[in-house]
Design a protein around this ligand. Structure first.
Ligand SMILES: Cc1cc2nc3c(=O)[nH]c(=O)nc-3n(C[C@H](O)[C@H](O)[C@H](O)COP(=O)(O)O)c2cc1C
Length: 172
């Protein structure tokens, strides 16, 4: 869903939505995910500047923009944590479920300039820049640019049988 309302998101909703992510399980309970939330006019302006133009055209009205980061190395021994993106995705999944439960859209975005994010926000090398997301209440699809209106219908998913592979799928 890309039709977002400009209505501000109360802090308690943002806190609760991010709190849900806190409960996600992670390898060694390392909790590698980190979130930066932009809600002030100045921060939103800055975060909008990271988005590719196409995303800016619908997410530009969002009252909150989220930057999703992951610590690449384990806290307990400094070794590479190859499950950090997996765990961060789990936390994002929890976040989206709590958002939707509260009637808030949480729409992930890969279309942004990660290098610009890194240099402008001085993100250190041991932090992976995973994704951005727009948060907001559902808006009026009629106000959405034509190019996005088709995408407002429920998304399709492939049949479960195409996902459930037999253990010999690649060897038979
Ligand atoms: C990691 C990730 C990156 C995405 N990047 C974008 C994006 O840059 N722009 C966009 O409009 N949607 C983006 N999406 C949304 C997906 O395109 C959308 O979830 C998918 O098409 C399924 O649509 P549905 O969730 O409405 O069923 C992204 C979703 C995820 C999880």
């Amino acid at each position: 869903m890309r039709a977002l309302s400009t209505e501000p998101l109360p802090n308690y909703d943002i806190t609760a939505i991010c709190e849900a992510a806190r409960y996600a399980p992670s390898c060694f309970n390392d909790q590698p995910w980190r979130f930066m939330v932009a809600t002030t006019a100045a921060d939103l302006e800055r975060f909008r500047g990271f988005l590719v133009p196409k995303n800016r055209r619908w997410a530009g009205v969002a009252p909150a923009l989220l930057l999703i980061l992951a610590q690449k190395n384990f806290s307990h021994n400094g070794k590479p944590n190859r499950w950090a993106p997996f765990d961060t995705g789990t936390a994002w999944g929890y976040l989206t479920l709590e958002a939707w439960r509260r009637g808030v859209v949480a729409h992930g975005m890969g279309g942004f300039d990660a290098e610009k994010v890194r240099s402008e926000l001085k993100i250190p090398d041991d932090i992976e820049i995973i994704a951005m997301a727009a948060l907001g209440y559902p808006g009026d699809p009629a106000k959405l640019a034509d190019e996005f209106r088709d995408g407002e219908k429920p998304g399709e998913r492939r049949p479960q049988a195409d996902t459930m592979l037999t253990p010999d799928h690649f060897t038979r």
